[in-house]
Design a protein around this ligand. Structure first.
Ligand SMILES: Cc1cc2nc3c(=O)[nH]c(=O)nc-3n(C[C@H](O)[C@H](O)[C@H](O)COP(=O)(O)O)c2cc1C
Length: 195
Protein backbone atom coordinates (compact mmCIF):
# COMPACT_ATOMS: atom_id res chain seq x y z
CA UNK A 1 0.00 0.00 0.00
CA UNK A 2 1.29 3.48 -0.90
CA UNK A 3 0.28 5.04 2.42
CA UNK A 4 0.12 3.77 5.98
CA UNK A 5 -3.67 3.44 6.12
CA UNK A 6 -3.71 2.97 9.89
CA UNK A 7 -1.92 6.31 10.25
CA UNK A 8 -4.31 8.01 7.81
CA UNK A 9 -7.39 6.58 9.55
CA UNK A 10 -5.99 7.64 12.91
CA UNK A 11 -5.29 11.18 11.69
CA UNK A 12 -8.78 11.62 10.25
CA UNK A 13 -10.61 10.03 13.15
CA UNK A 14 -8.62 11.80 15.85
CA UNK A 15 -8.67 15.27 14.32
CA UNK A 16 -10.22 17.58 16.89
CA UNK A 17 -10.91 21.25 17.02
CA UNK A 18 -8.71 23.07 19.49
CA UNK A 19 -10.14 26.35 20.81
CA UNK A 20 -8.38 29.60 21.87
CA UNK A 21 -8.51 28.88 25.61
CA UNK A 22 -6.44 25.74 24.85
CA UNK A 23 -3.76 27.64 22.88
CA UNK A 24 -0.20 28.38 23.97
CA UNK A 25 0.34 32.00 22.85
CA UNK A 26 3.98 31.92 24.03
CA UNK A 27 5.09 29.57 21.23
CA UNK A 28 4.47 31.05 17.78
CA UNK A 29 4.68 28.75 14.76
CA UNK A 30 7.26 29.36 11.99
CA UNK A 31 5.67 30.90 8.86
CA UNK A 32 7.22 28.10 6.77
CA UNK A 33 4.95 25.53 8.44
CA UNK A 34 1.87 27.67 7.82
CA UNK A 35 2.94 27.98 4.19
CA UNK A 36 3.17 24.16 3.87
CA UNK A 37 -0.31 23.86 5.40
CA UNK A 38 -1.64 26.39 2.87
CA UNK A 39 -0.06 24.45 -0.01
CA UNK A 40 -2.00 21.41 1.23
CA UNK A 41 -5.15 23.56 1.31
CA UNK A 42 -4.75 24.41 -2.37
CA UNK A 43 -4.63 20.70 -3.29
CA UNK A 44 -8.33 20.35 -2.47
CA UNK A 45 -10.60 19.20 -5.29
CA UNK A 46 -11.96 22.06 -7.40
CA UNK A 47 -14.66 21.78 -10.05
CA UNK A 48 -13.59 23.38 -13.33
CA UNK A 49 -10.20 24.13 -11.77
CA UNK A 50 -11.76 27.29 -10.35
CA UNK A 51 -9.42 27.18 -7.34
CA UNK A 52 -11.85 29.55 -5.57
CA UNK A 53 -9.94 29.81 -2.27
CA UNK A 54 -8.44 33.09 -1.16
CA UNK A 55 -6.53 33.20 2.12
CA UNK A 56 -5.40 36.23 4.11
CA UNK A 57 -2.89 35.18 6.75
CA UNK A 58 -2.58 37.25 9.96
CA UNK A 59 0.50 36.86 12.15
CA UNK A 60 2.50 38.99 14.60
CA UNK A 61 1.26 42.60 14.56
CA UNK A 62 -1.21 41.50 11.87
CA UNK A 63 -3.22 39.74 14.58
CA UNK A 64 -3.69 43.11 16.32
CA UNK A 65 -4.88 44.65 13.04
CA UNK A 66 -7.43 41.87 12.63
CA UNK A 67 -8.55 42.21 16.24
CA UNK A 68 -9.04 45.94 15.97
CA UNK A 69 -10.73 45.71 12.56
CA UNK A 70 -13.27 43.10 13.58
CA UNK A 71 -14.12 44.60 16.96
CA UNK A 72 -14.62 48.10 15.49
CA UNK A 73 -16.73 46.79 12.58
CA UNK A 74 -18.84 44.87 15.07
CA UNK A 75 -19.29 48.06 17.14
CA UNK A 76 -20.33 50.01 14.04
CA UNK A 77 -22.74 47.41 12.69
CA UNK A 78 -24.34 45.96 15.81
CA UNK A 79 -26.38 49.07 16.71
CA UNK A 80 -28.82 48.36 19.53
CA UNK A 81 -27.64 44.72 19.66
CA UNK A 82 -24.16 45.83 20.80
CA UNK A 83 -22.77 43.55 23.47
CA UNK A 84 -19.67 44.70 25.36
CA UNK A 85 -18.56 41.12 26.15
CA UNK A 86 -18.67 40.15 22.47
CA UNK A 87 -16.77 43.33 21.52
CA UNK A 88 -13.99 42.54 24.01
CA UNK A 89 -13.83 38.93 22.81
CA UNK A 90 -13.37 40.09 19.22
CA UNK A 91 -10.62 42.42 20.42
CA UNK A 92 -8.69 39.86 22.49
CA UNK A 93 -9.29 36.41 21.04
CA UNK A 94 -7.08 36.76 17.92
CA UNK A 95 -4.08 37.53 20.11
CA UNK A 96 -4.11 34.00 21.55
CA UNK A 97 -3.42 32.46 18.11
CA UNK A 98 -0.10 32.16 16.33
CA UNK A 99 -1.66 32.64 12.89
CA UNK A 100 -5.21 33.29 11.71
CA UNK A 101 -6.22 32.48 8.16
CA UNK A 102 -9.24 34.39 6.86
CA UNK A 103 -11.02 31.95 4.56
CA UNK A 104 -12.37 33.53 1.40
CA UNK A 105 -14.23 32.17 -1.63
CA UNK A 106 -13.41 34.11 -4.79
CA UNK A 107 -16.17 33.58 -7.25
CA UNK A 108 -15.42 32.67 -10.84
CA UNK A 109 -18.78 32.79 -12.61
CA UNK A 110 -17.30 32.56 -16.13
CA UNK A 111 -17.50 28.76 -16.47
CA UNK A 112 -21.00 28.59 -14.95
CA UNK A 113 -20.10 26.22 -12.14
CA UNK A 114 -22.71 26.84 -9.42
CA UNK A 115 -21.64 29.05 -6.54
CA UNK A 116 -22.25 26.28 -4.02
CA UNK A 117 -19.52 24.21 -5.68
CA UNK A 118 -16.98 26.99 -5.19
CA UNK A 119 -18.02 27.11 -1.52
CA UNK A 120 -17.73 23.31 -1.30
CA UNK A 121 -14.22 23.41 -2.80
CA UNK A 122 -13.14 25.94 -0.17
CA UNK A 123 -14.63 23.72 2.56
CA UNK A 124 -12.51 20.84 1.20
CA UNK A 125 -9.47 23.15 1.42
CA UNK A 126 -10.34 23.89 5.04
CA UNK A 127 -10.47 20.17 5.84
CA UNK A 128 -6.95 19.89 4.35
CA UNK A 129 -5.92 22.68 6.73
CA UNK A 130 -7.56 20.89 9.69
CA UNK A 131 -5.80 17.59 8.96
CA UNK A 132 -2.44 19.24 8.23
CA UNK A 133 -2.61 21.21 11.48
CA UNK A 134 -3.13 17.97 13.42
CA UNK A 135 -0.38 16.17 11.48
CA UNK A 136 2.08 18.95 12.41
CA UNK A 137 1.16 18.49 16.08
CA UNK A 138 -0.56 21.88 16.20
CA UNK A 139 -4.10 22.89 17.09
CA UNK A 140 -6.78 25.06 15.64
CA UNK A 141 -10.35 25.46 14.54
CA UNK A 142 -12.64 26.99 11.94
CA UNK A 143 -14.85 29.77 13.27
CA UNK A 144 -17.66 31.50 11.46
CA UNK A 145 -18.15 33.96 14.31
CA UNK A 146 -17.37 37.64 14.49
CA UNK A 147 -17.67 39.56 11.23
CA UNK A 148 -17.78 36.50 8.94
CA UNK A 149 -21.13 37.38 7.39
CA UNK A 150 -20.77 41.18 7.35
CA UNK A 151 -20.66 42.40 3.74
CA UNK A 152 -18.63 45.39 4.89
CA UNK A 153 -15.84 43.06 6.03
CA UNK A 154 -15.10 41.73 2.55
CA UNK A 155 -12.68 44.41 1.20
CA UNK A 156 -10.43 44.07 4.28
CA UNK A 157 -9.86 40.45 3.27
CA UNK A 158 -9.35 41.19 -0.45
CA UNK A 159 -12.84 40.02 -1.37
CA UNK A 160 -15.32 41.61 -3.76
CA UNK A 161 -19.12 41.78 -3.77
CA UNK A 162 -19.67 38.38 -5.38
CA UNK A 163 -17.06 36.68 -3.19
CA UNK A 164 -17.75 35.29 0.27
CA UNK A 165 -15.95 35.35 3.58
CA UNK A 166 -16.38 31.85 5.03
CA UNK A 167 -14.77 32.43 8.40
CA UNK A 168 -11.41 32.18 10.10
CA UNK A 169 -9.02 29.35 10.84
CA UNK A 170 -7.11 29.91 14.09
CA UNK A 171 -3.81 28.02 14.45
CA UNK A 172 -1.57 27.73 17.51
CA UNK A 173 0.65 25.47 19.50
CA UNK A 174 -1.45 23.60 22.03
CA UNK A 175 -1.31 23.99 25.80
CA UNK A 176 -4.41 21.95 26.66
CA UNK A 177 -5.26 19.18 24.17
CA UNK A 178 -8.89 18.43 23.26
CA UNK A 179 -10.56 15.38 24.70
CA UNK A 180 -12.07 12.52 22.73
CA UNK A 181 -14.45 13.52 19.94
CA UNK A 182 -17.95 12.23 19.51
CA UNK A 183 -19.93 11.17 16.47
CA UNK A 184 -23.28 9.40 16.16
CA UNK A 185 -23.45 5.82 14.90
CA UNK A 186 -22.52 5.71 11.19
CA UNK A 187 -25.55 3.49 10.53
CA UNK A 188 -27.83 6.46 11.25
CA UNK A 189 -26.21 8.40 8.41
CA UNK A 190 -25.44 5.82 5.75
CA UNK A 191 -27.83 3.97 3.53
CA UNK A 192 -26.54 1.13 1.29
CA UNK A 193 -28.49 0.22 -1.83
CA UNK A 194 -27.49 -3.05 -3.40
CA UNK A 195 -30.39 -3.77 -5.70
C1 LIG B 1 -18.43 25.61 8.92
C2 LIG B 1 -17.99 25.48 10.36
C3 LIG B 1 -18.10 26.57 11.19
C4 LIG B 1 -17.70 26.48 12.53
N1 LIG B 1 -17.82 27.60 13.32
C5 LIG B 1 -17.50 27.52 14.62
C6 LIG B 1 -17.66 28.65 15.47
O1 LIG B 1 -18.07 29.72 15.03
N2 LIG B 1 -17.33 28.52 16.76
C7 LIG B 1 -16.84 27.33 17.28
O2 LIG B 1 -16.57 27.26 18.48
N3 LIG B 1 -16.64 26.25 16.49
C8 LIG B 1 -16.96 26.31 15.18
N4 LIG B 1 -16.75 25.23 14.35
C9 LIG B 1 -16.05 24.02 14.88
C10 LIG B 1 -17.03 23.06 15.54
O3 LIG B 1 -17.39 23.59 16.81
C11 LIG B 1 -16.37 21.70 15.71
O4 LIG B 1 -16.01 21.17 14.45
C12 LIG B 1 -17.34 20.75 16.43
O5 LIG B 1 -17.45 21.10 17.78
C13 LIG B 1 -16.90 19.29 16.34
O6 LIG B 1 -15.66 19.13 16.98
P1 LIG B 1 -14.39 18.52 16.23
O7 LIG B 1 -14.00 19.48 15.14
O8 LIG B 1 -13.35 18.41 17.30
O9 LIG B 1 -14.79 17.18 15.68
C14 LIG B 1 -17.17 25.27 13.03
C15 LIG B 1 -17.06 24.16 12.17
C16 LIG B 1 -17.46 24.26 10.86
C17 LIG B 1 -17.35 23.06 9.95
Amino acid sequence: MLYNIDAVNHLIRNRRSVFPDQFDPERPIPDEIINEILINATWAPTHGHNEPWHFSVFAGEGLKRLASFQSELYRQESGSEFNEKKYLKLQHQPLSASHIIAIGMKRNAVNRIPEIEDIEAVACAVQNIYLSVVAYGLGGYWTTGGVTYYDKAKPFFGLGDTDKLLGFFYIANVKIPSGKGKRTDINNKVCWIRK
